[in-house]
Design a protein around this ligand. Structure first.
Ligand code: SAH
Length: 212
C-alpha cells in the first residue's frame, strides 16, 4: 500500500521509456528479494538506477536497506521521488542524483545491490545498455533487473561480464494510459525479473570479468 500510494511518476517523456513498476509488482518482487538477501544486511547500501518516483529504492529502504542512491535524469520524476522520501521520512538515508546514469560511475561504486527497472530499449535501441554497465560496475553483490519478458540478451550479456543471470520471476506490468495507446490498446505488458550475481553458475570463483 505504501508503494502504491507514492507520488506518481509524471511519465511525460516517451523518449526516456518511462514504463513504471506498479505498487503490487514492486512489493512482491522486493519481498522475494528480501527473503533471499535481506536488504537490512546490505551495509554499503543499494542503488536504484532510472529510479522514476523511486518505487524500488523506497521499497528497499522500507524493508530495511541502510541507505539508497537514486539516479534519475528527469527533473519532474526526481521531484516525485523526493516527495515520496519525505512522506516516509526516508530522506536521511537517501541520495538523489538527478543525472544521466552514464555520468555517475564514481558515486555508485561500492554499493552492495542494484535494483532497477531501466528503459527497455524499445524506443531507442540499447537504451538499457548503460544501465547494465553501470549496475555491473557498481554492485558488489548482485543486480536485480526488471525488463521486458521478451528480452533474450540478459543472460549472454551477464556471462560476458563474468556474472550469472537467473530469470526467476514474471509479472504483468500495467501500462500508464499515456503509453497504452502505443501498444495496440493493451493495458499491460509482460515483464520478467532477473537476478544477476558475480561468479560462475557452479558457485566457484568468479571468472575474470571483462570490462562491461
Ligand atoms: N524505476 C522506475 C521507473 C522506470 S521507467 C520504476 O520502476 O517505476 C525508466 C526511468 O529511467 C524513467 O524514469 C526515465 O526517466 C529514466 N531514465 C531514462 N534514461 C535515463 C538515463 N540515461 N539516466 C538516468 N535515468 C534515465
Amino acid at each position: 500500500m505504501a508503494l502504491s500510494g507514492l507520488p506518481k511518476h509524471p511519465t511525460q517523456n516517451a523518449k526516456l521509456e518511462q514504463y513504471v513498476t506498479d505498487g503490487n509488482v514492486a512489493a512482491q518482487w522486493l519481498a522475494a528479494i528480501d527473503m533471499e538477501e535481506p536488504f537490512a544486511d546490505q551495509a554499503e547500501g543499494i542503488a536504484d538506477l532510472g529510479a522514476g518516483n523511486g518505487i524500488l529504492g523506497i521499497g528497499a529502504l522500507l524493508l530495511g536497506a541502510p541507505r539508497a542512491i537514486f539516479v534519475e535524469v528527469d527533473a519532474a520524476a526526481c521531484e516525485a521521488l523526493e516527495a515520496g522520501l519525505r512522506e516516509h521520512d526516508l530522506s536521511q538515508r537517501a541520495t538523489v542524483l538527478r543525472a544521466d546514469v552514464r555520468e555517475v560511475e564514481d558515486a555508485l561504486r561500492g554499493c552492495d545491490v542494484v535494483v532497477m527497472n531501466p528503459p527497455w530499449g524499445q524506443q531507442r535501441r540499447s537504451a538499457d545498455r548503460p544501465f547494465l554497465e553501470a549496475a555491473a560496475a557498481a554492485a558488489q553483490r548482485s543486480v536485480h533487473l526488471l525488463h521486458s519478458a521478451g528480452a533474450v540478451h540478459v543472460e549472454p550479456w551477464a556471462a560476458d561480464c563474468g556474472w550469472v543471470a537467473r530469470r526467476w520471476m514474471e509479472a504483468q506490468l500495467p501500462l500508464p494510459r499515456t503509453y497504452a495507446h502505443q501498444q495496440q490498446r493493451r493495458g499491460s505488458t509482460p515483464a520478467a525479473m532477473w537476478w544477476l550475481r558475480r561468479g560462475s553458475p557452479s558457485g566457484g570463483p568468479a571468472t575474470a570479468a571483462q570490462p562491461c
